[in-house]
Design a protein around this ligand. Structure first.
Ligand code: PMP
Length: 428
């Protein structure tokens, strides 16, 4: 088959540069936490296809369920002829989601589509139009969700203007000078200056900020948001697209705070590698739109529904929630060791929740400026040595861990050893 270089040249000629790839190699096959490129090089995968593979590449139960479904039918469109896997997945999600009340679930195909639909549902249910999102948020690349995404470059550059009635509040990031008190003050000010709370349909927040840097929302912040929403009749939307399905050690990251949202957006690791997403919410809120107001040709594809049911079953029966918590502790301890040994004062912060973990690189002890160049170099060296890593953060200087929760201890240790060697390369 073709070499990485040949495929890269074809890709550059045929695919727009706007779709960037982190790794300049092409996949040939993958299994659990390992991937092989077209030249036969093997990689340990700490990126999991951007937090999609909590159950690993090609989990046997996921593959078997998808294949069994393919032998029955692969598409009818739920809007033409409905099928049980859609209903069964909705029932399962209604049962798993926090909240002691009746719930309903809409299935769509991508995370951005889930967020778009959460906004539509919130607007229809409240009769209001305003949406409040946070700095550093990532909610997608469609125009509404891009408007809600709180980072200019590379996402929002050159493609505005964005839909109106989207407001921005500061995300609490104490280390960068924004305490919970500051963030709430900012929200209060926003509601006085621009965002009339009586016109706000929803506040949307990632319970652990994902693309923005793997920052958990402090419990007191989440509680305050719930109280503000209750006071003003605003719906609280938890965007669990990256943090959900065991990444943080619970089914949904917001469970760590005890706060119950009105709507939850899900995608990624819900289906172990198949494109499916959803909005879970209070039944009466979910029913706000009239028949025909929700949907799409492909929404809740039956093969993806079958895969999701199997992935959820695997997370449950294989103890992956507890595994996530244990992996988080392991990564914290090993990153602290590696930092002290190989890069003193350059690994500034190790943070996150469960196995949704990131480490931030800085220039030096004194100024502690974000060091995106070092982060990039570590990623490039790691790839050469056989480890797939991905960055995140407002300054591109955080390395995030999205390794399959099914990875063996041996593979995790192998990846960590490659990481340390790559770090040494980058600093040499
Ligand atoms: N919300 C969050 C929190 C995400 O992490 C992402 C994807 N990184 C999205 C929404 C958008 O999902 P998709 O890429 O499937 O549209």
């Amino acid at each position: 088959s073709a070499s990485n270089a040949v495929l890269l040249a074809r890709r550059e000629a045929a695919v727009p540069r706007g779709v960037a790839s982190a790794a300049p190699v092409f996949a040939a096959r993958a299994e659990n936490a390992e991937l092989w490129d077209v030249e036969g090089n093997r990689y340990v995968d700490f990126a999991g296809g951007i937090a999609v593979l909590n159950t690993g590449h090609r989990h046997p139960k996921v593959i078997a369920a998808a294949k069994a479904q393919e032998d029955l039918y692969t598409h009818t469109s739920f809007q033409v002829v409905p099928y049980e896997p859609y209903v069964a997945l909705a029932e399962k999600l209604n049962e798993l989601a926090p909240g002691d009340f009746a719930k309903k679930t809409l299935l769509v195909t991508t995370g951005a589509e889930a967020v778009e639909n959460a906004v539509k549902i919130a607007r229809a249910a409240t009769g209001r139009s305003g949406i409040i999102a946070f700095s550093g948020a990532y909610h997608g690349r469609t125009l509404m969700t891009l408007g809600m995404t709180g980072k200019v470059s590379p996402y929002k550059k050159d493609v505005g203007p964005f839909p109106s009635d989207i407001f921005r509040a500061p995300f609490p990031d104490a280390r960068n000078g924004v305490t919970v008190e500051d963030a709430l003050k900012g929200l209060e000010t926003l509601m006085l200056t621009d965002a009339d709370p009586a016109r706000i349909a929803a506040i949307i927040i990632e319970p652990v900020l994902g693309e923005g840097g793997y920052l958990p929302v402090p419990t007191e912040m989440m509680q305050a948001l719930r109280a503000i929403c209750d006071t003003h009749g605003i719906l609280l939307i938890a965007d669990e697209i990256q943090a959900g399905f065991g990444r943080t050690g619970t089914w949904f990251a917001i469970e760590h705070t005890g706060v119950v949202p009105d709507l939850i957006t899900v995608a990624k690791s819900m289906a172990g590698g198949y494109p499916i997403a959803g909005v879970i919410g209070r039944a009466e809120v979910m029913d706000a739109l009239q028949p025909g107001g929700l949907g799409g040709t492909y929404g809740g594809n039956p093969v993806a529904c079958a895969a999701a049911l199997a992935a959820i079953e695997a997370i449950d029966s294989e103890g992956l929630l507890a595994r996530s918590t244990a992996l988080g502790e392991k990564f914290r301890a090993r990153f602290a060791e590696i930092g002290a040994r190989t890069a003193p004062y350059r690994m500034w912060d190790i943070r996150g929740q469960g196995a949704m973990l990131a480490v931030e690189f800085v220039t030096d002890f004194e100024t502690a400026m974000p060091d995106a160049a070092l982060t990039k170099s570590v990623i490039a060296h790691a790839l050469k040595r056989g480890l797939i890593l991905l960055a995140c953060g407002m300054h591109g200087n955080a390395l995030r861990i999205m390794v399959p929760l099914t990875a063996s201890d041996a593979i995790i240790e192998e990846g960590l050893a490659i990481f340390e060697a790559a770090l040494a390369d980058a600093l040499a």
